[in-house]
Design a binder for this molecule. Structure first.
Ligand code: SAM
Length: 227
């Protein structure tokens, strides 16, 4: 049984996909997809030996070695041309790390049609990278589980030029329009956090002005979306 977070990521993996799950840890996500005959083939990539061994163990235990392979590798280096990967999932990491992993090995993205990403924080930087690299966001989800709020971003390769405004980057082109209760609660918390940060900077009188300006700009954007 997958967590609601990983089940949401899995729901956006196309039927019959050849998927690479990067930072797979126990390979729970690709193993679940393989067990449910949702994927044709999967790679579970891990850069750390312990989690890699967890993935290997899980794949053997579930008798999935015919269609799922664990690889010890940094980011997209887990993907080999013969895998013919068409879908990449990356979940449970910060947005800057997800962006770094995607940017580090462009050759591995050739042939990839869909990315399903679940950054724990820093979603805006992921959306910025997607637009700059012609991955168009086609769906988004926000959910709360175990006291945390998670966003899932689905992006498909496109030939057209994409631009997201600062508002769309921060809140998500879909989530920012939908404004679900989970979304509103998240951004009310973020607003309070930003207001506290501004108050502290003003009190300390040492904050570089660009930090203060950035915090004010963020507050304005949040107030705008919550209005
Ligand atoms: N994806 C699973 C999930 O969402 O439940 C596991 C998330 S776990 C918090 C993050 C995993 O990413 C860790 O097992 C870590 O070793 C792995 N990781 C971090 N940087 C990586 C990289 N550059 N390449 C591959 N795996 C990485």
């Amino acid at each position: 049984q997958l967590s609601a977070r990983l089940a949401t990521v899995g729901a956006f993996v196309p039927q019959g996909a050849r998927v690479a799950d990067i930072g797979s840890d126990h390979a729970y996500l690709p193993a679940n997809l393989a067990l449910n005959q949702r994927i044709e083939y999967g790679v579970a990539g891990e850069v750390v030996k312990g989690p890699f061994e967890n993935a290997q163990h899980e794949i053997q235990k579930l008798h999935l070695t015919a269609c799922l392979v664990a690889r010890l590798a940094d980011g997209l280096a887990a993907i080999q041309p013969a895998d013919r990967i068409d879908t990449i999932t990356i979940a449970g990491m910060g947005g800057p790390l997800i962006r770094h992993i995607l940017a580090a090995k462009p050759a591995a993205l050739v042939g990839v049609k869909r990315l399903v990403l679940q950054p724990n924080v820093g979603e805006a930087t992921v959306r910025e990278w997607l637009a700059a690299n012609q991955f168009k966001i086609t769906a988004e989800r926000i959910l709360a589980e175990d006291g945390h709020t998670y966003e899932v971003i689905v992006a498909d390769k496109t030939a057209t030029t994409i631009h997201y405004t600062a508002t769309e980057q921060l809140f998500g082109p879909f989530l920012g329009l939908e404004k679900s209760p989970v979304f509103v609660a998240k951004w009310q918390r973020e607003l309070e956090r930003a207001q506290t940060a501004v108050a502290q900077m003003q009190q300390a009188k040492v904050a570089p002005t660009e930090h203060l300006a950035a915090a004010h700009a963020k507050i304005k954007l949040i107030e705008g979306v919550l209005a």
